[in-house]
Design a protein around this ligand. Structure first.
Ligand code: SAM
Length: 202
């Protein structure tokens, strides 16, 4: 979907995503010491808002200004500072490398996924962390949610191969998320989770 499509989606409802961070963002990043973070494809900024609340100096980057505007309104209510940046995540770069680069549910075809991983690696400081979560290919036969086009889905093994040379894989796994269907039944969604550390500088 292009920026206009996302803008229409964000304009059509109160909050498209939850106001709380993704459960794996919270579980895996809570103990990381705060520094500079970038949330790529931040949408309404749920993960950037959570990081900023923990003391991170966060930038939220998305090409949908409607999504970012909703996040900015929440930030103002919460009294947290975030740098809201309307830009394409495939080409945008921060002024300085960051300690944490977060990518949540950006479902791109392989060529763009490669470019996104390369850009995310390039903006991460030596020793910094890349956190990636996305809808997993396992959803098609066994799970729910996310795109139904297999080319947009991921596996942890494939993602790990896209990392720049020298990166350390901390976790590359398929994880489960319980979701509630319209009829209130509980269903399982499968996500690809990749956490990796940039090579130390020097
Ligand atoms: C599924 S939403 C995820 C939002 C957020 N990461 C979250 O987990 O709540 C995907 C977001 O990526 C943004 N997006 C998609 N392609 C993009 C691109 N090339 N540049 C910037 N943002 C993009 C969309 O506008 C949308 O807000």
């Amino acid at each position: 979907m292009d920026a206009a499509g996302w803008n229409a989606r964000y304009a059509a409802s109160e909050l498209v995503w939850s106001a709380t961070p993704n459960q794996y963002v919270e579980a895996r990043l809570a103990s990381l010491p705060p520094g500079r973070a970038v949330d790529l494809g931040a949408g309404e900024g749920r993960n950037a808002l959570w990081l900023a609340g923990l003391g991170w100096q966060a930038s939220a980057v998305d090409f949908s200004d409607a999504g970012l505007a909703k996040g900015a309104a929440i930030a103002e209510r919460l009294g947290v500072e975030i740098d809201w940046v309307c830009a394409d995540v495939l080409s945008w770069a921060p002024v300085e490398p960051v300690d944490l680069t977060l990518v949540a549910y950006l479902q791109f075809p392989l060529a763009e996924r490669r470019r996104l991983v390369a850009n995310a690696c390039a903006m991460t400081a030596p020793g910094g962390t890349l956190f990636w979560i996305s809808h997993d290919s396992h959803n098609l036969p066994h799970g729910v949610g996310g795109p139904q086009d297999p080319s947009l889905l991921t596996t942890a093994d494939e993602l790990a191969t896209l990392l720049d040379e020298g990166w350390d894989v901390i976790e590359a796994s398929r994880v489960e998320r319980q979701v509630t269907a319209a009829d209130a039944t509980r269903e399982t969604a499968y996500d690809t989770l990749l956490i990796a550390r940039a090579p130390a500088g020097g």
